[in-house]
Design a protein around this ligand. Structure first.
Ligand SMILES: [Zn+2]
Length: 161
């Protein structure tokens, strides 16, 4: 069998975390499938290299590569708003089922609790999510949803004092 089938041959040795070349933020690996799925228009001749996801709000770069010559992708290059980089609504949190930060906040304001993470979790269990090709991080959104709800519930609790 030839080497042509081992797609990830060049990325095996890539570090798990790289500093963003623009703002120096620690950025985790992202699968090339995620990059290809979310970048509006891929340049021809993309090198086979490991990509990283910069998730800080003060940086325009979303994806950069281990190979410094490889193209970088900025916010406007993506088909979706990158929740981690947005400060104005709508701020997407769950990309598969379309929940925004506002949806989470509204539910808490109306009912005093948050059920969105549980609802997403049930969908994930039945295999109805596609985080790999929908979420810019390529990861499941549940952690972000839970964190957003916790922050909001925490704020609400404090305001009662
Ligand atoms: Zn950055």
């Amino acid at each position: 069998m030839s080497d042509c089938c081992s797609v990830n041959a060049n990325t095996e040795a890539a570090p798990a975390v790289m500093a963003c070349p623009v703002n120096g933020a620690r950025s985790k690996q992202v699968d090339i499938l995620t990059v290809k799925s979310l970048v509006r228009k891929l340049p021809m001749g993309m090198p086979d290299t490991q990509y990283y996801f910069c998730d800080t709000s003060d940086c325009e770069v979303v994806y950069f590569a281990l190979d410094a010559e490889a193209p970088r992708f900025r916010r406007e290059d993506l088909m979706v708003r990158v929740g981690a980089k947005e400060t104005a609504d709508p701020i997407p949190v769950c990309y598969c089922f379309g929940f925004t930060r506002k949806d989470i906040e509204n539910e808490i304001a109306e009912t005093g609790r948050s059920t969105i993470a549980d609802r997403i979790s049930a969908e994930v269990k039945t295999g109805n999510c596609a985080c790999e090709v929908k979420n810019p991080s390529g990861k499941c959104c549940l952690g972000d949803v839970t964190r957003t709800a916790k922050d909001r519930l925490g704020q609400k609790g404090e305001s009662k004092l």
